[in-house]
Design a protein around this ligand. Structure first.
Ligand code: CMP
Length: 149
């Protein structure tokens, strides 16, 4: 119980949630992307290879459900396995978003993960939480306190 409470507490400022999306797994880029994540100073505190169901993807991306790309997004995110992970570092949310780069790889800075590995704005290799609150919610969607170190 203390471990769970300690993890919840850490989630507030030092943790973010990521998914290496189906295109990253299909192209054999898991190792290269994890290496960049580690080299940037992030510690992996939870990780698994898993596949989202349609219901999972519709729930996870509910905020986008009115967007014209929602159907395409759900198809893409459910078509094969992903790697879900919780990452720890000071200023994790902001620093990780800088590491992955802009949503559209054409606009992503040189050296960012999306610039290096994304295919397009829709198949953009990785997810990174956009706030501490969403990092907590998204981590809890994929992991229990017992899976997280
Ligand atoms: P992400 O920012 O991780 O979460 C929302 C996802 O929706 C985004 O990554 C892309 O995979 C997808 N997405 C965002 N904008 C577009 C778009 N204009 N067309 C298609 N897919 C998009």
């Amino acid at each position: 119980m203390h471990q769970i409470l300690r993890n919840l507490d850490k989630m507030i400022t030092n943790r973010t949630f990521t998914m290496l999306k189906p295109d990253s797994v299909e192209k054999g880029n898991i190792g290269a992307i994890l290496e960049k994540i580690n080299a940037a100073g992030f510690k992996i505190v939870a990780m698994k290879l898993t596949q989202m169901t349609r219901r999972d993807a519709e729930t996870f991306y509910a905020i986008h459900k009115e967007r014209p790309f929602f159907g395409e997004l759900v198809e893409y995110m459910t078509r094969g396995p992903i790697v879900a992970a919780v990452l720890e570092k000071e200023n994790a949310v902001e620093d990780f978003r800088a590491l992955i780069g802009a949503t559209n790889p054409e606009e992503a800075a040189e050296g960012t993960i999306r610039k290096l590995y994304a295919t397009s704005i829709s198949e953009n290799a990785v997810h990174g939480s956009d706030s501490d609150e969403n990092a907590s919610i998204e981590s809890a969607f994929h992991f229990s306190g017992r899976d997280t170190f």
